[in-house]
Unconditional design. Structure first.
Length: 303
């Protein structure tokens, strides 16, 4: 079990109503959490580790600004070419006995990453991946999958592609707060971008997305720099903690402290479910998290 420390985070504006209702009505039965997968894309840069963040229109349990991801889809159970660690291996890595669910999380993670960024962790064999993913044809495929006009597995099959599950690394498991109206049980994975691929926002739905230097984002966490750049009504003037869910903010911190992609990806993480809890701190509602303090042997910065 990792060493844990109590952390307090601001309550994002879109959760305030649900939080007040939870306390006022004395509700104690959480709504069911949907299973979701999210992928933390990583790359090294001269200023430190960078990750791809995107704006999410509407209200999402992943946050207003988040890593690529979303809820699992029934089609994630469909047959698909599979290269790399087996579903059984993934279940062991994720600390679950449900091999089918572990498989769905892996398929869902690769599908969501493709829909939202175009990055495709798939190839014709175990030693290669798709290249040049920025063509009009690939954008059409992304749009079709995102609109559920065509299943992700069908798209792969027609192109003779199999999932490269060896290109994913398991990170952490986050459960939405009990009081939230929409709740996710999210498995986070990490990946680097395959050779000759570049992420881009989805043509029909994308509003904002780019590589963000983790150290820079953390250093500016108390300013509205990122929210103002995105320029949406629900981002302007907001700080990092008001845009991201605690899990994403903690992962950004750990990226900022890590010594590059290899160090971050090779760090051994034990299966553990993290969840933010609603607390009243002197009349101010906040989210409390028991979170791991360190990564790769380096001390974690405290707020």
């Amino acid at each position: 079990m990792p060493q844990l420390a109590r952390r307090l985070f601001v309550l994002p504006p879109e959760l305030e109503g649900a939080a007040r209702n939870w306390l006022d009505l004395g509700e104690r039965t959480p709504r069911a959490a949907r299973y979701a997968s999210s992928v933390v894309l990583l790359r090294d840069s001269p200023t430190g580790l960078e990750t791809w963040l995107g704006y999410r229109p509407g209200s999402s349990p992943l946050g207003v600004v988040a890593f690529p991801g979303g809820s699992l889809d029934p089609s994630d159970d469909d047959p698909v070419g599979w290269l790399g660690p087996s579903p059984q291996h993934w279940a062991e890595q994720m600390g679950t006995d449900d091999v089918g669910l572990a498989r769905r999380h892996v398929v869902g993670a690769i599908r969501e990453l493709f829909e939202e960024t175009g990055v495709l962790l798939a190839g014709p064999d175990a030693s290669s991946t798709v290249e040049s993913n920025s063509t009009v044809d690939w954008m059409r495929a992304r749009e079709a999958v995102a609109a559920q006009e065509k299943s992700f597995t069908e798209m792969l099959s027609k192109r003779g592609l199999s999932l490269r599950t060896d290109l994913l690394k398991p990170l952490v498991n986050w459960l939405s707060p009990d009081f939230a109206h929409t709740r996710f049980n999210t498995r986070y994975f990490a990946a680097t971008v395959p050779v000759n691929q570049q992420p881009s926002i989805l043509g029909s739905k994308g509003v904002w997305g780019r590589w963000v230097c983790a150290a820079e984002a953390v250093s500016l966490r108390d300013t509205p720099a990122l929210g103002d750049e995105i320029g949406q009504p629900n981002t302007v003037g907001l700080t990092l903690g008001q845009l991201l869910v605690p899990g994403s903010e903690i992962m950004l911190e750990k990226m900022a402290a890590a010594n590059g992609c290899i160090a971050y990806l090779s760090y051994k993480r034990k299966a553990h479910v993290y969840q933010a809890k609603l607390v009243d701190e002197g009349g101010i509602l906040m989210l409390e998290v028991e979170a791991a303090k360190t990564i790769a042997g380096e001390p974690q910065r405290e707020r």
